[in-house]
Design a protein around this ligand. Structure first.
Ligand SMILES: Nc1nc2c(c(=O)[nH]1)N[C@H]1C(S)=C(S)[C@@H](COP(=O)(O)OP(=O)(O)OC[C@H]3O[C@@H](n4cnc5c(=O)[nH]c(N)nc54)[C@H](O)[C@@H]3O)O[C@H]1N2
Ligand SMILES: Nc1nc2c(c(=O)[nH]1)N[C@H]1C(S)=C(S)[C@@H](COP(=O)(O)OP(=O)(O)OC[C@H]3O[C@@H](n4cnc5c(=O)[nH]c(N)nc54)[C@H](O)[C@@H]3O)O[C@H]1N2
Ligand code: SF4
Ligand SMILES: [Mo]
Length: 872
């Protein structure tokens, strides 16, 4: 089959992928050497894309109330339901909740329907949880939501400051580019500003583990210090900016002591920043997901404006985006408070967009932002909600209230690729969408580069692309003409035409050059960076080097910002600060990465990371089960004790859902405080209490077919190669538990139950291992690794059967490090003990780190630990 060039559906790096399909639901995946974002590299998640394409748990037909219906019926029900609610309660009783994982064309269609034809701006996107503070900060400073720089600026810089970014795990290919640049030019310094010592710190020359939420105080102090040292770019500031005096006064008044950092480290950071013209400040969710998120953004932009370090090679503030099309969503204006093509809810813009769309009923004011939107659903003010390509029952804060709100809502519609998810399960009308590899369109990455996602697999079942579903509903609502696109190229041209419509250089986003391309050119479209105005230069330029900003007077704004503590402070009842985020090999709510067995080894469970002092104080040890609770809800997790976080703080990954765990869905406990300007939730900071959960036993199950877990305080389901695995723990007596688990396992994996030694028992039918259980009073981390090879055998011979049932515990391999080749910590450590001193030698002995490279930071940490003074 012919290889197809497309773009990775995960992070905002936007790597080019070459996919070569080999069967209905399979493809060989490689990095695209010609794509400027990755030059052929892929991280562990990208490299495993081929394993996520199966049709298992795909939603393949429309459903109403759990029953399969025709598209006609489903679309009629959606359209009639919306029309009816608008007639009875007005357009504001309808809402869409969409996603940065929609393609630009899908996104454009959804936004056009609700804002131009249903007549409400009650559409928000999961970018509210992700980029809203950056958007607002950009607009305050620049007058437009514009990322000034390009990826090559990291490579050209002499100082890269990473603020609230775990780049090594969340944008691994950019991390690798930065690492390579640092290797080539050792004078390139890296500073990491993060309360946790993450894998990203591995290449850092300095790590500032500041107090959570204190970034404004740090950047205020930097601003004051830069000014004190006369580093003001005098003519740039006087000719192209406003507001420095106020910003400086606020900066001088704020106290860097709030950051709780060693004075010498702060001084080093300031010295480096002061001395380095080519400085990039890259920032992510440690900045955005905060009740002071917008102020954090402006605090760091202030420093770049003061020094005039913006828009030139190797310098500038750089907001790195999370989702593959977070930027596309901003371009089509799908946030509740923006209009399409970088326009706002100003009367002239409303009229302009309405004119361009020939809108039947144009929204005239901003709609509700995500957290408020679901509150309004809960209060019954919003009576119809249509969710597309996002899983809010897992990803919104105070998530149980989101689920309850959906349960009470009159009309709940979800467009999804999976048949079951925490959100799908809560919605009545389910519409099957095309997934990555099937859908067709464009995405924009963090450096404003627009790339094609191209289909390489046939559409499965009755699934249709999101834009088509929207257009069919629009047609039924009587707006067929405005949605009469024949395909995605039509939508892209319309989007491009709107970007240049009455623009005259007033709006940064202009891809007018694309308004007239034909279908063939769209199909061939090579990745390009905007702006790309009609007839203009399409060189993919940076913004703002010339000092021309997008406020009416063309000047940038300094913002006076004052440190503000997170909205909810820890107290006696909730003494620990909960921070949340990501792990290397999982993507969000795991509906796709959770299908790949090779991505399950690195972090198989939802963990609560705790500092040793706090673990001790709470009577919990590594491997124990603990409950996290807050004013909002609770979760139950596996304890991991580590000194990578500070005392008083805890970290839990956001990924686990009710599908994959008993109670690992951490957002049930996360507070719904938001930034007052951006409405972005404070996902990095919730006061919590921790309680040791007493369990009598720990167990591991591997089974060919899914097992319905009995009621237990803790279980987590893990994808294995050709089987499912569960890690569990319970409080009933161990013998009672064995009986209950045996019954549950045999219900779906029938066959004789055979008891072995050391707590092992198995279902073996016709010589094949169908399911196996291992239980004991202690947590046995190695059980899954010991049992998995037996599941891979077609038949057990006598020796294999004896070693399965009577073998002792295996050595603990310390968890997996390399996802591509399944290499454990223990194997890498053995290679180091055997004399390997470099990546190359470890790779030669174990293969670890020789494919995608995502595990290199962890390998290097082991090398460092073995030879403290020698850096790999
Ligand atoms: N593997 C993987 N990669 C992903 C994703 C994924 O799900 N999995 N998701 C993608 C998406 S949508 C996004 S938005 C990005 C997110 O990418 P990142 O923002 O890099 O990831 P996070 O882990 O959410 O948070 C980053 C860091 O912020 C730190 N932090 C917490 N509080 C503060 C604070 O007050 N100040 C500072 N300075 N730092 C703080 C946390 O300790 C954490 O290490 O990742 C993208 N890439
Ligand atoms: N505690 C905590 N919570 C967080 C965060 C955090 O750091 N901490 N981060 C927040 C951030 S930055 C983000 S971006 C969000 C992400 O949170 P979500 O957007 O809720 O997470 P995903 O799992 O990516 O959800 C995407 C859904 O769309 C489906 N899907 C995939 N492709 C398509 C398609 O083409 N069409 C349709 N219709 N459906 C599709 C997938 O199956 C999946 O169910 O989580 C936020 N929540
Ligand atoms: S860094 Fe990884 S997840 Fe991000 S786009 Fe590239 S391959 Fe995909
Ligand atoms: Mo995100």
């Amino acid at each position: 089959m012919t290889p197809v060039r497309t773009t990775c559906p995960y992070c905002g790096v936007g790597c080019g992928v070459v996919a070569t399909p080999h069967e209905r639901s399979g493809a060989a995946i490689a990095g695209d050497h010609d794509h400027p974002a990755n030059h052929g590299r892929l991280c562990s998640k990208g490299a495993a894309l081929g394993e996520t394409l199966s049709l298992e748990n795909r939603l393949l037909h429309p459903e109403i109330d759990g029953r399969r219906v025709s598209w006609e019926r489903a679309l009629d029900a959606v359209a009639q339901g919306i029309a009816d609610i608008v007639a009875r309660h007005g357009p504001d009783a309808v809402a869409f909740y969409v996603s940065g994982q929609l393609l630009t064309e899908d996104y454009y269609a959804a936004n056009k329907l609700i804002k131009g034809f249903i007549g409400t701006a009650n559409i928000d996107t999961n970018s509210r949880l992700c980029m809203a503070s950056s958007v607002a900060g950009h607009k305050r400073a620049f007058g437009s939501d514009t990322v000034p720089g390009l990826y090559e600026d990291f490579e050209a810089a002499d100082l890269v400051v990473l603020v609230g970014s775990n780049l090594a795990w969340c944008h691994p290919v950019l991390f690798q580019r930065l690492e390579a640049a640092k290797h080539a030019r050792p004078q390139l310094r890296v500073v990491v500003i993060d309360p946790r010592r993450t894998e990203t710190c591995d290449i850092a020359d300095l790590h500032l583990a500041l107090k959570p939420g204190s970034d404004v105080a740090l950047f205020n102090a930097l601003l004051a210090e830069l000014d004190r040292r006369n580093l003001r770019a005098a003519s740039f500031v006087s000719e192209h900016t406003h507001g420095l005096a106020d910003a400086l006064a606020a900066a001088r008044a704020s106290d860097v002591g709030l950051c709780g950092l060693p004075a010498a480290d702060v001084a080093t950071f300031f010295d480096w920043f002061a001395a380095t013209e080519k400085a990039v400040t890259l920032y992510s969710q440690g900045v955005n997901q905060s009740s002071a998120g917008v102020d954090k953004v402006n605090a760091l932009i202030n420093c770049h404006l003061l020094t005039g370090r913006i828009g030139r090679p190797g310098m500038g503030p750089f907001s790195i985006t999370g989702q593959p099309n977070a930027m596309g969503g901003r371009e089509v204006g799908a946030l509740a408070n923006t209009l399409a093509a970088h326009m706002e809810f100003a009367p002239a813009d409303i009229a302009r967009v309405g004119r361009f769309w020939r809108a039947a009923r144009m929204a005239t004011r901003p709609g509700l932002k995500a957290v408020d939107l679901f509150d309004a659903v809960g209060r019954g003010e919003i009576k119809a909600v249509w969710i597309m390509a996002t899983n809010p029952v897992v990803s919104l804060p105070n998530a149980d209230s989101v689920r309850d709100a959906l349960g009470r809502c009159e009309l709940t519609i979800v467009s999804e690729v999976v048949r079951t998810s925490d959100t799908v399960d809560a919605c009545r009308i389910r519409l099957p969408a095309l997934a990555w590899g099937e859908k067709n369109g464009t995405v924009t990455n963090s450096e404003r580069r627009i790339s094609r996602q191209r289909p390489f697999l046939p559409a499965p079942g009755e699934a249709r692309q999101d834009w088509w579903i929207v257009a069919e509903v629009a047609r039924r609502l009587g707006h067929g003409e405005a949605f009469a696109w024949r395909g995605v190229a039509d939508i892209f041209r319309e989007h491009a035409a709107l970007s240049m419509f009455e623009n005259d250089g007033r709006r940064a986003f202009d891809i007018g050059a694309m308004a007239g391309i034909d279908d063939a050119a769209y199909d061939r479209l090579a990745p390009f960076v905007w702006p790309a105005p009609a007839g203009g230069d399409r060189g993919g330029r940076r913004f703002f080097a010339d000092g021309s900003f997008f406020h009416a007077d063309r000047r940038a704004r300094f913002f006076a910002v004052t440190p503000r503590a997170p909205e909810h402070a820890p107290d006696e009842a909730w003494p620990i600060r909960l921070n949340t985020g990501r792990v290397r090999d999982q993507w969000h709510t795991m509906t796709r990465t959770g299908r790949a067995a090779r991505l399950a080894g690195h972090r198989p469970e939802p963990t609560l990371e705790l500092h040793p002092e706090d673990a001790h104080a709470h009577g919990v040890a590594d491997g124990d089960i603990a409950e996290v609770s807050s004013s909002w809800g609770r979760a139950v997790l596996r304890v991991h004790v580590t000194d990578t976080i500070c005392a008083g703080e805890a970290f839990v990954p956001m990924h686990w859902t009710a599908q994959l765990s008993r109670a690992g869905r951490i957002n049930a406990a996360v507070n719904p405080a938001v930034d007052p300007i951006s409405g972005q939730p404070e996902l990095k900071h919730t006061p919590i209490a921790i309680r040791h959960v007493n369990v009598a036993w720990h167990g591991t199950i591997l089974a060919r077919r899914p097992v319905m877990m009995p009621d237990l305080p803790y279980w987590v389901r893990i994808k294995g190669a050709g089987h499912h695995a569960w890690l569990l723990a319970g409080d009933q007596p161990i013998e009672a538990a064995r009986r209950a688990l045996s019954a549950a396992m045999r219900a779906t994996n029938p066959g004789p139950w055979i008891e072995g030694q050391n707590g092992t028992a198995a279902v073996i039918a016709d010589g094949r291992l169908e399911a196996v259980l291992s239980v004991g009073s202690a947590h046995d981390r190695s059980a899954r690794d010991r049992l998995a090879p037996f599941m891979a055998l077609a038949r057990l011979d006598d020796g294999q059967r004896a070693s399965l049932l009577h073998g002792g515990a295996a050595d603990d391999r310390g968890g997996e490090i390399c996802a591509c080749f399944g290499v454990s910590h223990a194997a890498v450590e053995a290679a180091i003990a055997g004399g390997a001193t470099s990546f190359a030698e470890i790779g030669a002995r174990t293969l670890a780190g020789t494919n995608c490279g995502s595990c290199r930071p962890e390998i290097r940490a082991l090398l460092r630990a073995a030879r403290p003074r020698k850096v790999a």
